[in-house]
Structure formats: C-alpha cells, structure tokens
Design a protein around this ligand. Structure first.
Ligand code: NAP
Length: 309
C-alpha cells in the first residue's frame, strides 16, 4: 500500500472493534487502512469457544470468527497493514493525522483507535523468569502442552473461569486460585466450574512466589483469611487477573488512571477526528458483542466527522 496516500480512516487494531469499524467505513466507501501489529482478532483470536455472540447457537471458535470478520472487511475494500503504531499526531493547519509506525508513516483524515487490551501480570517473586516457561496468558495457545499435567489458574473473572474449564480438556487437575470467596465471572461459567470434578478452587488465596528450574515446579500460595502459606506442586500457571489497555503509544488524548481512553456517546475522544472503540476505551462491559457495537458506532461517527469537514 502507498503509505503517502491520504486515507479517509486509519483504524488501529484488528480485533472485533477494529474489523467491524473497517466493515462499516469501507462499506460507506471511505478509504480505510487497518493497522495491526500481530494478526486479526486480538484476544478473540486466542479464545477457543465464543458462545455469547449472537448468530452462532452452537458457539464459534474465536479464531474462525475473527477470520470471517477480516474477510468481510477486506471484501468491502479495507486495506490491511502489519505494523506497530508508535505515535499519532495531528497537523493543526491541515487537520490531517500522521500515524507513525515501526515501518512507515500513514496519513489519514480520521482515526479509530481499537487497540484492545493485554493481560496483566502479578509482579510476584519468580514470575517474570517463568513467563513462557510454564507461565502463560493463553490457555487456547498453550493448554495442549499440559496433557495429564497439573495446572493452576489465577483470577475469578470470566477469563479465569472460561480458560480454567478449557484447560480441563487436557490437564488432569486444574486449580483455580482466587483472592476472594466469590467469583465475579458469569453465573453459567461458575456453575460449570463448580460441577467439574477436575477443578479444585482455592479461595481467599494469593500467589506469593513461583519456583522451579528450567520450568515451573511449585508455587507458594497464601491464604489471606488464615494468614497461612502453603506450597503447591504445578506444571503450568495461567494468569487471568484482568487486562490493561494497549494505549501507551497515545499521548495528547484524555485517558483514565488505568490508561483507558475516555470517549463520549459518539465515541469521540478529546482530540477531534479521533474515535475509540472496544476494550481500549473506558466502558462498562468488554465483550465481543460490545466491541462490535463500538466499531459500528465509531465508524458512523468518523463518517459524520468527515462529512462535516
Ligand atoms: P476481570 O473481569 O477484570 O477479572 C479479573 C480477576 O482477577 C478478578 O476476579 C480479580 O479479583 C482478579 N485479580 C485482579 N487482580 C488480581 C491480583 N493482583 N491478584 C489476584 N487476583 C487478581 O478480567 P477478565 O476475566 O480477564 O475479563 C476481562 C473482560 O473480558 C471482562 O469484561 C470480561 O467480562 C470479558 N470476558 C468475557 C468473556 C465471556 O463473555 N465469556 C470471557 C472472557 C473475558 P476480584 O474479583 O477480587 O476483583
């Protein structure tokens, strides 16, 4: 693609929000470039089974759904570029945006930031040394390595429960270690977790240390109610303690204290012409369906912004 050509819309991120925005903007005959650093789908692509996205009563594999979204956006003419965005800047005189990436600089009349979010790590002793050597953030990617092994999941949200259940396909034992005595994840997932004989829940407990040699062997867990530490022999550890937004590259646009982009009802950010959609913005609920809704709304707002120019 000619990076010097001025695009109507540049979309940063090819998760469900970005791909939906691309379907809408390219279908509105706006020239559209999607800039993505890894591959389509974002977190959706590493989710084994999506069962709460309408239209798929049997559920659908996340990677397959993201491939379909990408194909739909490309069918309407959206262009796709693999690059990591490093900076966005607005030229005050022309109103044009420069999107600087690790490979080139794109120019666009408007931007939709749909950069998503990434899993958080705990910051406990020993953790950083075992990332990729027994610590994973993606059960869909790494679960099969733990056939007949013992693993633990940290967290009590939808991801911890969903992925804990997924891991029972492979592992002989799955511990879910949660810092409180109640999960925040969906009730239907909680029921499946409680009913699964391979899962043991360790309530009111936090991870204190990860131990091993070339791979994880053991974790130290502290029961907060009893103020008691114990050791657990493990082969793998999956961290699902929440997300942080991929917004470090953005400056000059209002964010909250967690780095989530602030946007109004029309998904307009504090910088006119820049819109935010999906998991990277401050919002009540982060689901595939809400990301898709955001993508459509941001695209509509970008179209109105360009009409008004
Ligand atoms: P989340 O909802 O933020 O849950 C994070 C969990 O980790 C919470 O249970 C939290 O405990 C725990 N936690 C946070 N910091 C911790 C720490 N330092 N030490 C120990 N535990 C800690 O994150 P998520 O489960 O990754 O989900 C992210 C978003 O994606 C949510 O909006 C979720 O609904 C969505 N999602 C949806 C689905 C689905 O619909 N099937 C699947 C996956 C994700 P507390 O509960 O005590 O705060």
């Amino acid at each position: 693609m000619d990076s010097q050509k001025i695009q109507d819309v540049a979309i940063i991120g090819a998760g469900p929000a970005g791909l939906t925005a691309a379907i809408y903007t390219s279908r509105a005959l706006l020239s559209t470039v999607i800039i993505e650093k890894l591959g389509s789908g974002g977190q959706l692509a590493v989710t084994d089974h999506i069962e709460n996205y309408p239209g798929f009563p049997e559920g659908i594999n996340g990677f397959e759904l993201s491939q379909k979204m990408e194909a739909q956006a490309k069918a309407f003419g959206a262009k796709y570029e693999f690059a990591e965005v490093q900076k966005i800047e607005k030229d005050p005189s022309s109103g044009l945006f420069a999107i600087q990436t690790d490979s080139s600089t794109f120019k666009a009349k408007s931007i939709i930031i749909a950069a998503g979010a990434k899993p958080k790590s705990l910051g406990v002793k020993g953790e950083s040394g075992f990332i990729g050597k027994g610590i994973s953030f993606c059960a869909t990617c790494d679960g099969a390595f733990y056939r007949n092994k013992t693993v633990a999941v940290i967290g009590g949200g939808d991801s911890a429960l969903d992925e804990g259940l997924f891991l029972t396909k492979f592992a002989q034992k799955v511990y879910i270690i949660h810092r409180r005595d109640a999960f925040r994840g969906a009730k239907i997932l909680q029921k499946r977790v409680f009913d699964n004989p391979k899962i043991e829940i360790i309530w009111n407990s936090v991870l204190e240390e990860v131990l091993g040699d070339t791979k994880i062997r053991q974790v130290k867990v502290k029961n907060l109610k009893e103020n008691r530490a114990s050791a657990l022999e493990l082969d793998g550890l999956f961290l699902y303690i929440g997300l942080s937004p991929n917004t470090d590259f953005i400056s000059g646009i209002e964010k909250d204290e967690g780095g989530y982009i602030l946007a109004d009802e029309a998904l307009q950010t504090s910088l006119p012409g820049v819109f935010a959609a999906g998991d990277c913005r401050k919002t009540l609920l982060r689901q595939v369906s809400t990301a898709v809704g955001d993508g459509a709304k941001a695209a509509y707002s970008a179209e109105k912004y360009l009409e008004g120019k």
